[in-house]
Design a protein around this ligand. Structure first.
Ligand SMILES: C[S@@+](CC[C@H](N)C(=O)[O-])C[C@H]1O[C@@H](n2cnc3c(N)ncnc32)[C@H](O)[C@@H]1O
Length: 348
């Protein structure tokens, strides 16, 4: 498999790597096999981390709160440009906190992902940074003797947003890079509206691709308002920030349920009578239906007999035939030109 451009660009510049090396934001584990050194590789994607774990000699960290991240312990910090601008500031702060005094900082990113604009953010923390290479549609920037950051606390990056739907209000945690930061996504809103109009059966419920935990927190408050007993809503997401935020959202709203980090449905976690999702359909900037198609093909294994799957999607996305084939007869609970909310019950 070919490496992403940013990883190829780093390999061309491997002479920049000195001493103990930390790679922040790795997206393909194959990179490590081609590096003649060892160190620490961090990814905020649980699937990438699972792939990295097989690389001997490399320590693997999942996201920004991994307990194995230790201050002042690396001589070279490589930061791969993340998609969200705000996440770059977070990644640079983590890099500076991990840096040994006198450490080198290397920033690598693709032109089409905005590396040129990102350099402003780099220069705000490392004014001496210079461009060392431009290749594979990427730029590589390097700064020596960066100033370490004495403290890095993820809580100080967390923001809270109050959202309301059908007069049920909840507080939702946010971190740079998370889905729909600071607002209620329109697709999520449609799904919540149908939960009020067509309440799901008794839980426990699974929220697949839970993001910041909006569905679980809203259902918890909705049950309270209806005078129903509290419902357990477990959540699964591949992204570290989502897992951290969903746990924080659950704590603040008093929700019961586990939040699991998993690429796809979690193996060996049993079955649920109700599975809800506002599933992903992007990978980077491109539409990518493969994750949701995989979810629909595998979901019956995680669904109790007679159980319900409900999902919201852009109306142009072709999920209905797959739901029918893999789960059972499909109803459209709400639809317009933009979004459709589908429900299917597992054939017994
Ligand atoms: C459209 S967002 C929905 C978030 C949340 N349910 C909401 O409605 O606010 C999709 C979520 O899917 C997650 N995701 C992407 N790929 C995934 C995968 N392979 N396995 C689990 N979650 C994934 C993303 O991290 C993102 O949080």
């Amino acid at each position: 498999m070919s490496l992403p451009n940013s990883h190829e660009a780093l390999l061309r510049n491997r002479h920049l790597l000195q001493g103990r090396v930390a790679l922040l934001g790795v997206i393909a584990g194959e990179l490590l096999a081609d590096l003649p050194i060892a160190g620490m590789a961090m990814s905020e994607n649980a699937g990438v981390c699972a792939g990295l774990a097989v690389r001997e000699k490399w320590q693997v960290c999942f996201g920004y709160d991994d307990p194995a991240l230790v201050a002042g312990s690396f001589d070279t910090l490589v930061v791969f440009l993340p998609k969200a601008r705000a996440e770059l500031d977070l990644r640079l702060a983590l890099a500076r906190w991990l840096a040994f005094p006198g450490a080198r900082l290397v920033l690598v990113g693709e032109k089409k992902e905005g590396i040129a604009g990102a350099v402003k953010q780099l220069k705000a923390v490392a004014p001496e940074a210079t461009k060392t290479d431009s290749a594979r549609h990427c730029q590589v920037w390097c700064a020596d003797a960066i100033e370490p950051l004495p403290e890095f606390t993820l809580e100080s990056w967390m923001t809270w947003t109050h959202i309301d739907c059908k007069s049920v209000g909840i507080d939702v945690a946010g971190l740079p890079g998370i889905f729909s930061l600071g607002e209620l996504d329109e697709g999520t809103r449609r799904l919540l509206e149908t939960l009020d109009d067509y309440p799901p059966g008794a839980g426990p419920i699974l929220d697949f691709a839970c993001g910041a935990g909006v569905l679980g927190a809203w259902l918890h408050r909705w049950c309270e308002r209806q005078g129903h007993p509290p419902v357990t809503v477990d959540g699964v997401d591949v992204q570290s920030q989502a897992v951290i935020c969903a746990r924080a959202t659950y704590r603040r709203n008093g929700v019961s349920g586990r939040i699991l980090a998993s690429d796809g449905l979690p193996a060996g976690e049993g079955t649920w009578p109700v599975i809800l999702s506002n599933p992903p359909f992007h990978s980077g900037v491109r539409t990518d239906l493969s994750m949701t198609e995989r979810f629909l093909r595998e979901v019956v294994r995680h669904l109790a007999p007679g159980g319900e799957v409900r999902l919201v999607a852009n109306s142009f996305l072709p999920y209905e035939p797959l739901m029918k084939r893999c789960i059972g007869p499909v109803e459209r609970l709400q639809e317009d030109r933009r979004f459709t909310v589908y429900r299917a019950f597992r054939r017994s």
